[in-house]
Design a protein around this ligand. Sequence first.
Ligand code: GCU
Length: 687
Amino acid sequence: RKDNGYYCWLEYGKLEDVELKNIYRKWCANIVKFGDTPLIKCAVKELIIGIENMLGISPEIVSIPIEPSFITVGTLGQNPIIDKAVGENERKDIMEDGFLIKNIKTEDKDYIVVTGINDKGVLYGVFVLLRLLRMQKDIRDIRKIENPYFQMRMLNHWDNMDGSIERGYAGNSIFYKDNKFTDDTARVRDYARLLGSIGINGIVINNVNVHKYETRLITKEYLPDAKKLAEIFREYGIRIYFSINFASPIEIGGLDTADPLDEKVKKWWCDKAGEIYSYIPDFGGFLVKADSEFRPGPFTYNRNHADGANMLAAALKPFGGVVIWRCFVYNCMQDWRDYKTDRAKAAYDNFKPLDGMFDDNVILQIKNGPMDFQVREPVSPLFGGLKKTNVNLEVQITQEYTGQQKHLCYLIPMWKEVLDFDTYARGKGTTVKKIVRGSVFNNKYGGVAGVANVGDDDNWTGLQLAQSNLYGYGRLVWNPDLTSEEIAEEWVRLTFSNDKEVVDTVSDMLLKSWHIYESYTSPLGIGWMVNPHHHYGPNVDGYEYDKWGTYHRADYKAIGVDRTVKSGTGYTGQYHKEVRDMYENIDTCPQELLLFFHRIPYTYKLKSGETLIQYIYNTHFDGVEQAIKLKEQWQSIKGKVKNEIYEHVLHRLEGQIEHAKEWRDVINTYFYRKTGIGDELGRKIYD
Ligand code: GCU
């Protein structure tokens, strides 16, 4: 840990409230520890760090209570002190990885119990207790039981072994440098702490695009180093996974084929799995991007995705591993002259016919939307479309299309919309979160994967405020019923302070930021008006006359893609009836997705009464005004956050304003030139 910390939610600044501090100290001076597993030790270590920093005392660690007040940690069934504190019903309510925090008062004792049925639960409970202390919550009489909502709570790193990060905006990889594993294990450990504290339990440590060196991660050249990394993460309850190259049997195995039905290939992967597990006994499994964007896959051998995934799954099965197979499969060579092909349909078209053909340790990982992490997309119809297959939801924490951690864009509200989206797959209330959790179709595995936004910048995420997306991601996959407001408030309090003005101001900035970003970028769900390749900054036609299938089809009269069954590409037909009807009908289609589903003239009147063209102008002028307000809000708390952070964020917000102006002007001018229709309010549009 750097002297100054890394300015994050584990900062554990000194508590401001003296009275509460004294109350807390009473319990915190003594920790009664039961059990000796690495995770219990880790939990105690975390308690010490937190308590020392927040309360300025060093707790004594004992194995029997000496004082009348203490905190006791340990799993159930280890010691009568803990067991007696937990009622019959409470015990039934605690699930795997869940915890109970409870204040017990007897005639002569007053103590806090943190327990769970496994030691990971205890660790999570400890982090939550520390969080409550930092937020200065009154924990007298506390009785809190929590269980994680999703079984798999994963991060996907798109790190390459040369140290670069695909779509990384916060420096280089914290895992690799120069095609080697890093020596800076202290940093990795700090990262594991961060992730453990928010309940993350799996991490894919390399990019889905598996290049030359990364292909060799599963060989003895790198496995000893991977083992060390796994040990660090294990202490915080996190299993590691690799992205693998489907062509590995050829590239590193000396075989002449990677055909999933070939016996030699099967054996090769089985042996490989055995080798990996001999280094990393709790290895999670493989993440696979196959037959997607030029990556190798089973298609080469006229086999399908199920053949490919099941072959790998069979190799991992004896060890309890899983195969996470990505559904990001589409024709990336579409010709813009081709109006029939619709990239939005691709994932469903590819995978729906295979529903039921995957083994039970295969999980299909589906991006939240049918395209690719745009600022606004409908939910992928594969959620609710697949009924006999384990599914993971993939979201992008790293802000590839949402401002690249130069713009403020708090993504929790977006993910909540996805998780709460009603697919109607089993009638009303069949939300994405229930499907992904596995409770609708009785799936064995399931959860959420977030593409990480972290690099070796001191503040982890480039823009310091972008940490809120990582924190919020973890909190949301632990409990998707938390509100965006609650999560924002927690993060601000933990990171900065409990000062009401700071909490209110920064929370408000976060909560508005997604809509602000959306308002000055591409309108009404059409997406993609970015510079090709690096995806930063406006370029309305950047992808328009190109491959990749990402078109807005703007001409001088109209814009948008007709994806209806009635007259368009038929994409809406992939949804269940209620959803299909909603999108199919221009009157019931949510306005924010209008151009995604319908092609409409610029003079079309929206529900607000504005024409489409005027709406575009209004939102783009307004977006810049809002970005300016973000800066003013930040300025209003000067002196209340560390100066260094204040200046850094201010600088980024200033950059955001300038860049928002560029977006506004490029978009407005584009449409002004196409239509010749001016702004009703006579604001400046360049011609
Ligand atoms: C996007 C992104 C790529 C990434 C791909 C994927 O297209 O721009 O960098 O590899 O998604 O998710 O596989």
